[in-house]
Write a protein that binds this ligand. Structure first.
Ligand code: DGL
Length: 280
């Protein structure tokens, strides 16, 4: 588009990417906080989950997704997936973007959540839960230490939680037992703030809060990301001015099944049409 010298006149969308449809928890908050902007959502449902995959593969998939969203006319892409933000964002921002799309932007979810955690943590004891990929990358630990050197971070990988949410098992008794098991070490470390570092966890927020108790802040990561996007657009008028306003949001997936559609509608709280594309 820029090659024709018409970039100034073309209006662009906000792209939101996730490994699946869990990122709709972020879309829901973005639509509440920034209701005027047009969203293009991409969920890589064919290759979900990313959480147990290697860094190299997560990077490859994420680049394909971001490239697709840019080609569809996004100016700014939010990587809503914590695993992709942990394993691919830095390399995309530092190497791929300057070479391929120097005037576009890619933002992740880790930085805004960490900034909030550093702000609200009373005793500097922060817990992080996420997929195996997110936890083993230590991306939250690194960012938290950048914000607050003396912070004590305790992490727990919770690989069963994504399939539990995908299967709609959030209200089952077994789920509470599994959650208690995952959260016990963090409770023993007396974390005062807990980061739910995964797109799917807001669906379990009530249960997680009740297990962690009143003395622990459980951060609603989707809402924090939406607020931080609003703040970003206020500060970057050169990007904001290029964004198209409207309500014709589109929801694209790489594999479509009735279950994806049902979950997508439940998590977003409205009826939507899922369009299917091929990223390979
Ligand atoms: N979207 C992923 C995340 O936020 C969870 C699902 C997956 O493992 O791909 O980490």
């Amino acid at each position: 588009m820029e090659r024709n010298g018409r970039a100034d006149k073309i209006k662009f969308m906000i792209g939101i990417f996730d490994s699946g449809i869990g990122g709709l928890t972020v879309v829901k908050e973005v639509l509440k906080t920034l209701p005027d902007y047009q969203i293009l959502y991409l969920g890589d449902t064919a290759r979900l989950p990313y959480g147990n995959r290697s860094q190299a593969l997560i990077y490859k998939f994420t680049v394909q997704a971001v490239d697709y969203l840019f080609k569809q006319g996004c100016q700014l892409v939010i990587i809503a997936c914590n695993t992709a933000s942990s394993e691919a964002l830095r390399k995309i921002q530092q190497e791929w973007l300057p070479k391929n799309y120097p005037d576009r932007r890619v933002l992740g979810v880790i930085r805004p959540v960490v900034e909030e955690a550093a702000k609200v943590s009373r005793f500097g004891r922060v817990g992080v839960i996420g997929t195996r990929g997110t936890i083993s990358s230590e991306s939250y630990i690194k960012e938290l230490k950048n914000q607050k050197q003396d912070v004590i971070v305790s992490q727990a990988a919770c690989p069963l939680l994504v399939p539990i949410v995908e299967e709609g098992m959030q209200n089952r008794r077994e789920t509470k037992m599994i959650l208690r098991n995952y959260l016990r070490p963090l409770k023993l470390k007396k974390v005062d703030t807990l980061i739910m570092g995964c797109t799917h966890y807001p669906i379990l927020q009530k249960k997680i809060k009740s297990i962690m108790g009143k003395s622990c802040n459980v951060l609603d990561t989707s809402a924090i990301v939406a607020e931080s996007l609003k703040d970003y657009l206020n500060r970057h008028t050169e990007i904001e001015s290029k964004l198209v306003k409207g309500k014709e949001h589109r929801y694209i997936v790489t594999d479509s099944t009735d279950r994806f559609k049902e979950n997508a509608q439940n998590w977003l709280g409205q009826k939507i049409k899922l369009e299917k594309i091929d990223l390979e």
